[in-house]
Design a binder for this molecule. Sequence first.
Ligand code: KG4
Ligand code: ZN
Length: 341
Amino acid sequence: MRILGIETSCDETGIAIYDDQEGLLAHQLYSQVELHADYGGVVPELASRDHSRKIIPLIRQTLKEANCTADDIDGVAFTAGPGLVGALLVGASVGRSLAYAWNKPAVAVHHMEGHLLAPMLEENKPDFPFLALLVSGGHTQMVRVDGIGRYTLLGESVDDAAGEAFDKTAKLLGLDYPGGPRLAKMAETGDSSRFTFPRPMTNRPGLDFSFSGLKTFAANTIAAESVDGVCDEQTKADIARAFEDAVVDTLAIKCKRALKETGLKRLVIAGGVSANSHLREQLEKLMKSRGGEVFYPRHEFCADNGAMIAYAGMQRLKANQTVGLEISAVPRWPMDTLPAV
Ligand code: KG4
Ligand code: ZN
């Protein structure tokens, strides 16, 4: 069986074709980063318009790359939420309409389930059950995963998501959007012993996160270290390092706690922030010390992409979890309400 996957929930148009026997046949990604850079963040209306411009040519290109025609496709999956409603509606309208025109079933995919299952596209994939740390620009969640659609939310951010905190702090450091990877790069030349940032919510029980205070801590540190309103580059790098260390440590402390509580031996990290090399290193160390294993997607599938939507869509298609003819997008959609497969 073959499925076409469409992702348009934010600022990336991602298209992929996945075959349940042969794996990923083709994938294309168009990033709107340059379009939004001047504004310092995603402008929803511009995002929707750009998805509309790019989606059809990208679908054509992906079909060509996979050497497929509509006849070879058994279903169309699109991200139905959560995300920006206008952006989601572009993918949902095109995906639903294509499925109708091709007389094939349509599947509405949950964006975070896409991230969660992205490591399944790799050779070394985790068996169920596992613990998942989902760290993206919009979400930070700790989830117990017992199977597809069998998700128990153990904790989540009560304010900013980890990626959002990276982006906001990067902005304070004068870095362009999207700041997360730029801050991580800046942190490489930073001295980790100069500043110590708090590890929020680690000294009380529970698995929730809070990252907005770190951004304020960074702002106060920048102000205190600035001379005539200017902060020197080394100080900025030291602050970036202290911020990154604090986020990574906090995430690792909560993973350790969740692993202890659940007794799970496998940890998945996914979402844009899972590309962070310090986070990967620290979680690898943690799992090694516990006799377990950590799994993550290849770099290009950490952030938003069509491949993860095609994969998640295939699992739902095989379970006949398809949608009717109406076109709908769900900007807010708790993942633990999904049906089990
Ligand atoms: O999963 P994603 O592409 O989009 C959402 O679903 O939100 O995640 C994007 C987020 C952004 O906040 C970006 O700054 C962050 O992931 N990110 C990183 C790194 N690469 C991407 N954060 C820290 N370190 C990185 N290397
Ligand atoms: Zn995402």
